[in-house]
Design a protein around this ligand. Structure first.
Ligand code: NAD
Length: 257
């Protein structure tokens, strides 16, 4: 059976993806703050490297696919630490082990928020400066109630751009490893539960993320696509952000985008 490593395996999309893969006979090593096989805090550099080491121990260094689902959506600097560095550093740390598989695959979760207003300064810093510099910019945004919300969108814009840049490099495509992202619209998980109770906040979410096809879906809608992208059947998708969002991307960007 194939061996998958899934971050954020304790809840929501990561938990459902873990469950579906295990039912299909795969071996899954879950990583999360709690309730998973490997306990790790992906918001710190030390936590990420411990996570990589513990995963390599748990799998004997044999890994066929990595799916990075861990994320938070709060208007705080930790959001970039988890959503961006918690995915990029973790994936780069496991890449050498992945490259030894005969059908290696990797996927991360972006968001339809990657298309929403963000801080270009933070996005650029994430892609090309140090974590300390990016964190300093996120701290400035977090201190301004009108701009804190840009942090999440910036983390997701940056992860989609990172996937695009790295996917075609010698280390990923050159080593035969498809690397892609999935961008959900609104799926019903603990992350969104609080926003989907009061009618006023539902109206706010619906205006920001219009979903003409099947409205809000459960996490399975995303899990099945992650599973296909990281299966041996995916031999040619690289660097893509697949919007799995009920058509939101089309509504927001228009049919000629
Ligand atoms: P969720 O809150 O149910 O699950 C997220 C998981 O990440 C949790 O188990 C949490 O413990 C883990 N996590 C958070 N911080 C961590 C850390 N420092 N170290 C290790 N693990 C950590 O949320 P979800 O809806 O399943 O979200 C999964 C991914 O999908 C996230 O990246 C999120 O941004 C993205 N996403 C979700 C939606 C949605 O509508 N739910 C939409 C777009 C994108």
């Amino acid at each position: 059976p194939r061996t998958y490593v899934i971050t954020g395996a304790g809840s929501g999309i990561g938990a459902v993806t873990t469950d579906l893969l295990r039912r299909a006979g795969a071996t899954v090593v879950g990583v999360d703050l709690r309730g998973a096989d490997v306990t790790a805090d992906l918001s710190t550099a030390a936590g990420r490297s411990t996570a990589v080491a513990d995963v390599l121990t748990a799998t004997d260094g044999r890994i066929d696919a990595v799916i990075a689902c861990a994320g938070i959506s709060l208007p705080i600097p930790t959001t970039v630490a988890v959503n961006y560095y918690g995915a990029t550093e973790f994936l780069e740390g496991l890449r050498p082990a992945l490259a030894a598989s005969d059908a290696p695959r990797a996927a991360v979760i972006s968001s339809v928020s990657s298309l929403q207003p963000n801080s270009a300064e933070l996005v650029e810093a994430l892609l090309s400066s140090s974590e300390a510099e990016a964190t300093a910019i996120a701290e400035e945004l977090a201190a301004d109630p009108r701009r804190g919300g840009l942090i999440y969108a910036s983390s997701k814009r940056a992860i989609s751009r990172w996937v695009r840049a790295r996917a075609v490099s010698p280390e990923w495509a050159g080593a035969g490893i498809p690397l892609n992202a999935v961008a959900p619209g609104v799926v019903t998980t603990p992350m969104t539960a609080g926003m989907l109770t009061a009618p006023e906040s539902v109206a706010f979410v619906d205006a920001a993320v219009p979903m003409p096809l099947n409205y809000h879906q459960p996490p399975e809608a995303i899990a099945h696509l992650l599973i296909w992208l990281t299966s041996p059947e995916n031999t040619h998708c690289a660097g893509q952000t697949m919007y799995c969002d009920g058509g939101s991307d089309v509504v927001l960007r228009g049919e000629d985008a």
